[in-house]
Design a protein around this ligand. Sequence first.
Ligand SMILES: [Zn+2]
Length: 440
Amino acid sequence: MNPLLVLHAALDDARLTFHSRAALDAHQNRLAHDHLRWVAAHSPAVAARFRAAGLPLARWRELPPTTKPQMLASFDTLNTAGVTLAQALATARQAEQTRDFTPRLATRRGPVTVGLSTGTSGTQGVFLVGEAERARWAGTVLRALLPGGWRGLTRRHRVAFFLRADSPLYRSVGSRRLEFRFFDLLRPVPELARELAAFRPTLVVGPPAVLRAVQAAGAQVQVQRVVSVAEVLEPDDAAPLRAWGPVVQVYQATEGLLGLPCEHGELHLTEAHVHFDLEEVGGGLVRPVITDLRRRVQPFVRHRLDDLLRLHPEPCPCGRAARRVAAIAGRQDDALQLPGPGGQTVTVWPDFLRGALAALPGLRDYRAEQTGAAALTLALDPWTPELAAQARAGVDAALRRSGADPARVTLSTAPLPPPLPGTKRRRVHRRWRPHPEETP
Ligand SMILES: [Zn+2]
């Protein structure tokens, strides 16, 4: 990739910091006007949605949202590069098997990068990204992550990436001043820890659970930033990682780059590029419906995410108008569905259980899984009779606060098994599905 394109994107992004909501909204409206016209002319699936809803493009905000399964079902006519879902899946899977991570397809829109979303469950997502989109993505990320903003691009950096699969998105920005090292998550942790210390990184990027494991294996480094990606950053992981350096979080999904940290370390939605409509789901949580105002190869127009966010009510001291995320509370998929006092089904958000269990002194780690209509399993590390009793009491209280009836829920505890290498960790997870067609 042309480093000048990346630098240009980083500079352009510096221009796109908005300090008033009105200016940000006007910027979004300008982008949406041209972008949606282009997308509707080139993506038959998007054009069909507007026709089915009987809406002109100007009323795009009223378009009924789509979901990930619908996106995948219409994939072949949704993307504008003429790539079929079968082609994209075959390309991405082959790349994972051979661990040769340059899966690119030659298309009528030029070379397109193909990726699969991580995760051991949930609907697997597929993403297609064009060259210009990659350059912008890389510039935006680098400007946000490198200390010193875009000027950071002119300093020397050694960036350690802990990823399940080497992402060509990240690798695309390497240069003489910027050295990237990919640490394959499928390798033994002690080996990763030794190699990390020897690399002497200035920046470490990876899923927090993995970084914690590498830290526990003895890796001691001093970096300018620890960047959490790919899973929810929980306070009990963030605290020990601060021994390496300041910890910030990137909110990224198959659906795009959705949140980046500011210079205060606060996570802001990437509203200069993506429009977010937020649906209230109760408990102070919102579910985003995104419209990407830039991506052309794989458009996302009024696309509903699985993630649940808690927004920060106060403006950020950095002065940005882009909304500030207090927590990524988990995925809609993981919200537990448990019986209430009258036998009715009540939604229990992962956040509540995490709050109850993270507060237990002596508990190193845990998983909470709903395994049946009224069955919950808690895996604890360490498992002791005292901790198990405390965990039960905490979970019972959290269920009651959520409106569920602990007396109707069978709660069992067990020791936590060691994690499978390369898998994504979810501390609270609903394995049980009320309807067989709702695939886990
Ligand atoms: Zn801020």
